[in-house]
Write a protein that binds this ligand. Sequence first.
Ligand SMILES: NC(=O)c1ccc[n+]([C@@H]2O[C@H](COP(=O)([O-])OP(=O)(O)OC[C@H]3O[C@@H](n4cnc5c(N)ncnc54)[C@H](O)[C@@H]3O)[C@@H](O)[C@H]2O)c1
Ligand SMILES: [Zn+2]
Ligand SMILES: [Zn+2]
Length: 366
Amino acid sequence: MPKAHAAILRQTNTPLSIESIEIGPVAPGDVLVRIRAASLCHTDLEAIEGSLSVPLPAVLGHEAAGEIAEVGPGVETLGIGDRVVLSWNPHCGTCFYCDRAQPILCRQFLANGPKAFHFDGKPRLTCEAAPVHQLMYLGGFAEYCIVPAQAAIRIPDAMPFDRAALIGCGVMTGVGAATRVADLRWGDAALVIGCGAVGLSAVQGCALAGAATIVAVDPNPARQQLAQAVGATHACAPADALDLIRSLTDGRGADAIIEAAGRPETFRLSVEAVRPGGQVVWLGKVAVNDEVAFRWGSLMQEKRIIRSSYGGTKPATDFPMLARAYLDGKLKLDEMISARISLAEVNAGFAALKRGETVRSVILMG
Ligand SMILES: NC(=O)c1ccc[n+]([C@@H]2O[C@H](COP(=O)([O-])OP(=O)(O)OC[C@H]3O[C@@H](n4cnc5c(N)ncnc54)[C@H](O)[C@@H]3O)[C@@H](O)[C@H]2O)c1
Ligand SMILES: [Zn+2]
Ligand SMILES: [Zn+2]
């Protein structure tokens, strides 16, 4: 059974500890992935701070890329050395929701998610004989990770691991919100609220979908600049967003809004700034028991509001497509990597994410 160093959360609001864990067995249908790069997403931070409830101890990390190190019995789709991005949405393929092409609602995915073990609901990681949980079916802050073969998505060999890792959550969620969830049309006006990795990816998704006007909103001027560097046509502070989008759309408001900041005021702005008949995609999160209040009138006029997880992803189709888009120069990922760090620097990486200094820090696993 392989051993691996991993970053483990033992108690909320305490630093992750780097410990040695045992990984296995590689059961039928599983693959063992040698993680080469894993990035720090805001959702990991929510687990550390306790606003996302995860049984502990747990290996965090759910944006990761690596190479196949071992294939379990029955796995025919992947071979040793294949380069993969990990998906946090394994799904059964046969339930009511899978049958309706909504894998994010898969019954097995939702039923076993709170256990935070492997997709079959059983542990694969131990530390001194005690089971260790895996955040979002992965646990990517480790040298090795076991996933069902369907959650290891093959990408071209030319795709660098550090940029590939970003595809596994933030980039997929943001690009997918624009290209898979919002009904954006050629020439549309879009507004993206929040310019972290998710929002910057949404900006790029809006451009890929053909939006002619893309307004990026963030209080941080550096993020506004970054948004323009990856394709926003305009950028502004939250206080100016409503006036700007209205001035650009003959007073109507945006055809589509993608919210990627996760604050009561950004959810409120999203429904104020969309035009009648337009659509709002909420990606950001507040704590599950928090309440968000709206001006009732802001919800009127045939506005469609969709709360999306993972940007409507179909990982097997979308991950290779996003990698290809990067390699072809149509998707900018280099701009989103603020720092490359070691596993031992993970806590400093989260402190920088919390302070808003980094878009993504990527752990290079060596
Ligand atoms: N739905 C999903 O599947 C999914 C996946 C990943 C992340 N998320 C969520 O998406 C959100 C963004 O994630 P991220 O990793 O990009 O986070 P991040 O912290 O890197 O980025 C958030 C951005 O929002 C900006 N912001 C803060 N206040 C704002 C305001 N009032 N108006 C506009 N912008 C504001 C910040 O300056 C920052 O640039 C988080 O809430 C995260 O939990 C959702
Ligand atoms: Zn299913
Ligand atoms: Zn994430």
